[in-house]
Design a binder for this molecule. Structure first.
Ligand SMILES: Cc1cc2nc3c(=O)[nH]c(=O)nc-3n(C[C@H](O)[C@H](O)[C@H](O)COP(=O)(O)O)c2cc1C
Length: 325
């Protein structure tokens, strides 16, 4: 049988389907130089005795150091350590500049603020084609509740936990002729928005504030000096708008005051009210983090930012400092 041509690129791509975490493996060379590299070949081997493994390309600049060292440390990176991963994935000597280290069991560098760390003693090194496979005994480990960084198909990714069963919002299956169903993205976004702001709306009701008033106070909190026209430019995409009467109402409540012919700003009381709204919004978010987990909320925010970016109809940049006065 003729040997079929082996497609290296397709092989790499197929391996990329196996989603992994991202680690940095560190050691100290015999001359005392710290070495380290980003690796996703890390895996568990045995629970008793506790053993882990990883593999190192023979082309790595640190092959000699890892071959000669007795100890190495594995750092499972968290979502906020992507820059660190890039730093240790680049060939070079200055990888440890400005890195927060602490003392560990051995002289191998121990990096702070990771999802998990395993301090190991090398037990055996195997030849593995163009890689060397290091198997180590875990002498010590620690863990922090930081969501891990993920690598998939050659890209960084983040985890979102999948519920055991699909979440159905309605107990009834959707009628086949019904063009709306609970899987419609617009419906899900809208419902999530209104449900999340439900408690916020109760606070606004107590203060006799309508949504448009709330939006106006929020805009002025970010960009203090606003004309009615500017406010409405920021509010346009919400489907709400402010009238002269709304402005009069906010003035009558001493929440905003006129600063020149046609510009307004928050009063002290308006600022306190707005800060109260922000505190309420943060409290709602904290509760959601409790329910969903910090990793899922982070993943959700990232997806929403991408969606907002893709669907932006060309709004003025509310957060831009240029417009602030
Ligand atoms: C997500 C990711 C995973 C990687 N996994 C490994 C790995 O398991 N083994 C390896 O030798 N290189 C791996 N690399 C590549 C090394 O980090 C890279 O070649 C680095 O430059 C090696 O540095 P050095 O030559 O200074 O040791 C990975 C890179 C990335 C971005």
């Amino acid at each position: 049988m003729a040997k079929t041509e082996f497609d290296n690129q397709a092989f790499r791509q197929a391996l990329g389907s196996f989603t992994t975490g991202v680690t940095i493996i560190t050691a100290t060379a015999p001359d005392g130089t710290p070495v380290g590299l980003t690796a996703n070949s890390f895996n568990s081997v045995s629970l008793d005795p506790p053993m882990v493994l990883w593999s190192l390309a023979k082309t790595s600049l640190s092959v000699d150091a890892f071959n000669k060292t007795e100890h190495w440390n594995v750092h499972v990176l968290s979502q906020h350590q992507q820059d660190l991963s890039n730093k240790f994935a680049a060939k070079g000597k200055d990888k440890f500049k400005d890195i927060n280290l602490e003392d560990g069991i051995s002289s191998a560098p121990l990096i702070k603020d990771c999802s998990a760390r395993f301090q190991c003693r090398n037990m055996v090194t195997h030849d593995g084609g163009d890689h060397l496979i290091f198997i180590g005994e875990v002498l010590g480990f620690d863990q922090q509740p930081l969501p891990p960084l993920v690598f998939q198909q050659g890209q960084y990714a983040m985890t979102a936990r999948k519920p055991w069963e699909d979440v159905n919002l309605s107990s009834e299956p959707a009628a086949p002729q019904c063009s709306y169903n609970e899987d419609l993205l617009g419906y899900l976004l809208g419902r999530a928005h209104f449900q999340m702001l439900y408690r916020m709306r109760k606070v606004l009701d107590q203060q006799a504030l309508e949504d448009s008033h709330f939006f106006a106070l929020s805009v002025m909190n970010i960009q203090p000096k606003q004309t009615l026209e500017q406010l409405n430019t920021h509010l346009d995409y919400t489907g709400h708008s402010l009238s002269e009467e709304d402005i009069d109402f906010l003035e009558s409540q001493a929440l905003i005051s006129k600063i020149d012919n046609d510009s307004y700003q928050l009063t002290d009381s308006g600022r306190v009210t707005s800060l109260h709204h922000i505190a309420q919004a943060k409290a709602i978010e904290e509760e959601l983090i409790e329910e969903l987990g910090a990793g899922d909320v982070m993943a959700l925010k990232l997806m929403l930012k991408r969606l907002i970016h893709k669907t932006d109809p060309g709004l003025p940049d509310l957060w831009s400092t240029q417009e602030q006065q």
